[in-house]
Ligand binder design. Structure first.
Ligand SMILES: NC(=O)c1ccc[n+]([C@@H]2O[C@H](COP(=O)([O-])OP(=O)(O)OC[C@H]3O[C@@H](n4cnc5c(N)ncnc54)[C@H](O)[C@@H]3O)[C@@H](O)[C@H]2O)c1
Length: 357
């Protein structure tokens, strides 16, 4: 949309009478139906959202971390955001991370997403959002893998370091957006996780050559594309020589790499202010050096051609995970469910709407 069209759209939206929107609840099953097999569309949507965010047509304040003194490994994070462009919606993701769940056989993360109407502010939908969150994270990782490997040899050996739900979604997105690999490496501290992921890979890609590595060094040295999706709270990979082959690293779990690895790499983030917080590896590198000179730019800078990516050092993508991506994917799901006629609206959710009764 041009600036003139956008102004016209805005004034026509303003001139139509404001009404209270219906309120809907969208289940995880509906979310999955709306997203399944749409990897290319969702990756394009995430790319467009990064561009809108990069152009400043968004509000994405810092996430709020609710931490518990009695449950130090758990947290619930609030990500409020507003996105303009064609999506034009406000909202909030409220996502829990309880790593202890995994031992009980239920996922670590659970979440809801609230979408708010741009014109009235009314919340008009609540969506199950662990799938939306995993999907936008995986789409962002696949987008970064694509852009950051242009100009270097496209990786043919991928290594997954930490293999839970996010690693599964990232593999699905890489495969769904055209990647195929000669070799797939797997490493996890938990033998059960590694075995479960290998089973998933054998179902998803029966022809793949899968190797489970029981040590981190072997995984990294044998991979041109390394995907970190652990739940490590502090760096556990610090040996620079493991990266001598200058791999592309998708550092999705953000806290695996020691500052010396970060400082020896070309660093791309999704958003500088977001990423340099909460003791992420780039944040530790900033604390170590007292500056941000080690950052090459954002993925939006890369897509706009504002950053060069030398091939003689590792490239590390550290995405903090932006609320605007959840909104864009959530609104896509809402539109799909509405189009299919399957929207479950809650009658009379908003009630007592006459100011004076
Ligand atoms: N950056 C983002 O936008 C974003 C979005 C969503 C999730 N995440 C992150 O992705 C990570 C993975 O999430 P998940 O839902 O897949 O978690 P999960 O609990 O399902 O899986 C994590 C796996 O990592 C393994 N692991 C933990 N520490 C390890 C280590 N030091 N070495 C090797 N393996 C290790 C665990 O055994 C487990 O199998 C989390 O850290 C989460 O915060 C990031």
């Amino acid at each position: 949309m041009t600036a003139v069209e956008s102004t016209e759209a805005e004034s026509s939206a303003q001139s139509s009478p404001l009404t209270v929107p219906p309120f809907s609840v969208i289940s995880g099953a509906q979310v999955q139906d709306a997203l399944r097999g749409r990897e290319n569309q969702i990756m394009e949507l995430v790319e467009a959202t990064y561009r809108v965010h990069g152009a400043g047509d968004s509000v994405n304040p810092p996430s709020y971390f609710l931490l518990f003194p009695d449950r130090p490994t758990s947290r619930i994070i609030a990500l409020p955001a507003s996105i303009g462009g064609q999506v034009r919606v406000d909202g909030l993701k409220w996502i829990s991370s309880f790593p202890g769940n995994v031992a009980a056989g239920i996922p670590r993360a659970s979440a809801v997403l609230i979408l708010n109407d741009h014109d009235t502010g009314y919340p008009f939908a609540v969506l199950e959002s662990s799938i939306i969150s995993a999907t936008r994270t995986a789409a962002s990782a696949a987008l970064a893998a694509d852009w950051l490997s242009r100009g270097r040899q496209r990786p043919t050996r991928v290594g997954f370091f930490g293999v839970g739900l996010i690693a599964r979604y990232i593999h699905t997105f890489l495969a769904g957006t055209g990647w195929s690999f000669d070799e797939i490496g797997v490493h996890d501290l938990s033998a059960d996780s590694a075995a479960g992921y290998r089973d998933y890979l054998q179902r998803a890609d029966p022809a793949a050559r899968v190797t489970v590595h029981d040590n981190a060094e072997a995984l990294i040295r044998s991979s041109d594309l390394v995907v970190f999706a652990t739940v490590a709270g502090q760096p556990h990979v610090s040996e620079l020589s493991w990266f001598d082959h200058n791999p592309l690293v998708l550092h999705v779990s953000l806290r695996d790499l020691a500052p010396e690895i970060v400082l020896a790499s070309t660093n791309i983030v999704d958003d500088v202010e977001h990423c340099l917080k909460a003791d992420t590896s780039p944040h530790l590198a900033e604390q170590r050096t007292g500056n941000r000179d080690f950052l090459a730019g954002t993925l939006d800078d890369v897509m706009a051609g504002r950053v060069d990516l030398p091939t003689d050092r590792p490239v590390v993508f550290s995405p903090f995970g932006l609320g605007v991506l959840d909104l864009a994917v959530g609104k896509y799901v809402y539109d799909e469910v509405q189009r299919s006629g399957e929207l479950h609206t809650i009658d009379d959710f908003f009630h007592d709407l006459r100011r004076h009764g």
